[in-house]
Design a protein around this ligand. Structure first.
Ligand SMILES: [Zn+2]
Length: 335
């Protein structure tokens, strides 16, 4: 029995690198896709800020742009994209440098042009508060079908996930959408001079929402199933997560009083063991009733019991692990 790593590893919580989108073909993640990300302007670019709030404070546009791009880059990497941040650092990187990097006419370290270009900005109609201007809009290069498709996919998610008015898709003669040789979009994520939207632009929750929805749009455009942020598993006290390696597969097990416990269903799947059943709150293998713990709806048995029952060749703590929280299980047959 041979199951791919993805099909057996699920609901792993703390090991985010292991939890990939269920059911998405492996090849979609193996395909290298490079996304150029651009946080528009430098932190001290003149004039790019909200009007003053009553208490005299304001937000610079780049604070929003940069926060969204930093968060987006994390989502993209989790989703197995390669990321080229074309405007890293505090300086206002010239627009031409940004697109030259994306096009790899300035060597970008990836040896090829990016596959998509995403620039994030905050909008402004003027420099005084103006409650009439509102909403999100996305620019793409006129007449470029793939750019429009990318804009549509990102817009679909952005307007679903955020409370803002949808100003629609636009074309305009913008440097980044014109000069980037790949599908390129410029997102205006709300108006800095609309006080309500300015407050949103300043909030971490809104920035996070924007980043996540842009990542979802990119996944949709490239036909990838979005990989959710894994939520940490809450374990009862005295129990700790431990990594269980079976052959080539890594699973999340438990450590309780120094002993390792393995998740029954997933580990038996990996090893091709199907002669087990769940009876009266216990796992039974070939008539042997095993001590069983049911945590968060999954059954666990002690990994040493596998060995006592002769179900595996050997079980031991990984001597190379930095801590002693990794258990190696050698199945009888290679898996
Ligand atoms: Zn801007």
């Amino acid at each position: 029995m041979s199951l791919s790593k993805k099909s057996v590893v699920r609901n792993l919580g703390t090991y985010s690198t292991l939890s990939q989108g269920a059911g998405a073909p492996e090849r979609l993640y193996n395909m290298k896709i490079l996304i150029a990300t651009d946080d528009g302007h430098g932190i001290d670019t003149n004039g790019k800020r909200t009007p003053l709030f009553e208490d005299g404070t304001y937000m610079k546009e780049n604070e929003f742009n940069r926060a969204v791009i930093d968060k987006l880059n994390v989502h993209l990497k989790r989703n197995k994209f390669q990321v080229l941040h074309v405007s890293a650092g505090d300086k206002d990187v010239p627009l031409k440098t940004r697109t030259d990097l994306a096009n790899n006419t300035i060597p970008n370290g990836f040896g090829r042009p990016a596959d998509a270009f995403v620039s994030v900005h905050a909008n402004a109609a003027g420099n005084v508060w103006n409650s009439k201007v509102k909403g999100i809009e996305i620019f793409y290069r006129a007449g470029y079908k793939e750019g429009k498709k990318l804009a549509q996919d990102v817009q679909e998610h952005l307007v679903k996930g955020t409370p803002l008015f949808n100003r629609g898709l636009k074309t305009n003669n913008l440097h980044v959408t014109r000069e980037a040789k790949m599908p390129a979009i410029l997102i205006e994520g709300g108006f800095m001079d609309n006080q309500d939207e300015a407050k949103l632009l300043m909030s971490d929750a809104y920035r996070e929402e924007c980043a996540e929805e842009i990542a979802r749009g990119l996944c949709q455009y490239f036909g990838r199933q979005y990989i959710e942020v894994s939520k940490p598993v809450v374990l009862p006290s005295g129990m700790y997560p431990g990594e269980i390696i079976i052959g080539q597969t890594s699973l999340l097990g438990l450590l309780i009083e120094g002993r390792s416990w393995i998740p029954v269903r997933d580990s038996f799947n990996v090893m091709g063991i199907n002669t087990w059943l769940f009876d009266n709150k216990s796992i039974v293998v070939n008539g042997n009733v095993l001590e069983t713990k049911i945590i968060n709806g999954s059954s666990y048995i002690k990994s040493v019991d596998l060995q006592s029952l002769g179900l595996v060749k050997s079980v031991f703590l990984d001597p190379d692990a930095v801590n002693t929280k990794r258990v190696l299980i050698y199945p009888k047959e290679a898996v």
